[in-house]
Design a protein around this ligand. Structure first.
Ligand SMILES: C[S@@+](CC[C@H](N)C(=O)[O-])C[C@H]1O[C@@H](n2cnc3c(N)ncnc32)[C@H](O)[C@@H]1O
Length: 224
């Protein structure tokens, strides 16, 4: 309980100090974390998988990923904020379930747009506040999501409900252009690759979780 209050206050501090990249007043609820990991939880038993979490913050979604980890899985976390990285490192030492998974997990303190992966991932799970970013950066980051995924791999990310439709109405000028372009980029990806959307009401604020699947590679033996 004390730890979770400490995580809430660390998160709120980062919200005030680094609003653009933290993008939320509180860590995600466990309901949102469960929705973010629904495809990881539903994967077939046999083969180990590679999982990338982007923007873990204080680790509510990480908790849910760790609960789903199986022997042989590889789990990478990419977080740019040094205060959050310190909290995550502490959790990998002191939380029992996290410590048990620590040999499978690596924290990379780097912006995702600069991260070089050793190999592509089966699951990319992102908590980035894309609606806060310049549209050009959203394009770079979403391109990176799909480069980091294996063919057939699944991207899950959340966004707070109705933020873009509301901002498109209430903003003017450059910010309206920015949010309209972000909307175009994300809607195009969702139009082509979305397999499911969850609505999570028990979260501050309520959120949608978008699940997209990268197309499987074409079989070179099949005629086109
Ligand atoms: C909305 S918070 C989500 C935190 C956590 N996943 C949760 O659900 O509570 C966004 C997180 O993304 C991180 N972040 C923002 N921009 C990033 C970037 N370019 N690369 C990596 N992490 C980034 C922030 O530092 C923060 O931890």
């Amino acid at each position: 309980m004390r730890k979770s209050i400490q995580n809430y206050s660390a998160f709120f501090r980062q919200f005030r100090q680094t609003f653009e990249t933290t993008g939320a007043v509180a860590p995600s609820s466990r309901f949102l974390a469960t929705a973010m990991t629904r495809y990881l939880a539903a994967r077939p038993q046999e083969t180990p998988v590679r999982i990338l979490e982007i923007g873990p913050g204080t680790g509510p979604v990480t908790d849910s990923i760790i609960n789903q980890l199986r022997p042989g899985d590889v789990f990478d976390l990419v977080e740019l904020n040094s205060e959050f990285v310190t909290i995550l490192k502490q959790r990998f030492q002191s939380d029992v379930a996290w410590a048990a998974a620590s040999h499978q997990a690596t924290i990379h303190q780097i912006p995702i747009q600069e991260f070089q992966a050793a190999a592509p991932y089966d699951f990319v799970i992102s908590g980035l506040p894309l609606n806060n970013f310049p549209a050009g950066l959203v394009k770079i980051i979403t391109d990176a999501y799909f480069q980091l995924l294996k063919p057939g791999g699944i991207l899950s990310y959340f966004e707070y409900m109705y933020v873009r439709p509301v901002r498109k109405r209430v903003t003017r000028g450059a910010d309206r252009e920015r949010i309209t372009e972000i909307d175009r980029i994300l809607s195009e990806h969702c139009g082509k690759m979305r397999i499911h959307r969850d609505s999570v009401w028990v979260n501050i604020p309520p959120a949608w979780v978008q699940h997209l699947q990268k197309p499987a590679a074409a079989d070179p033996r099949q005629p086109q």
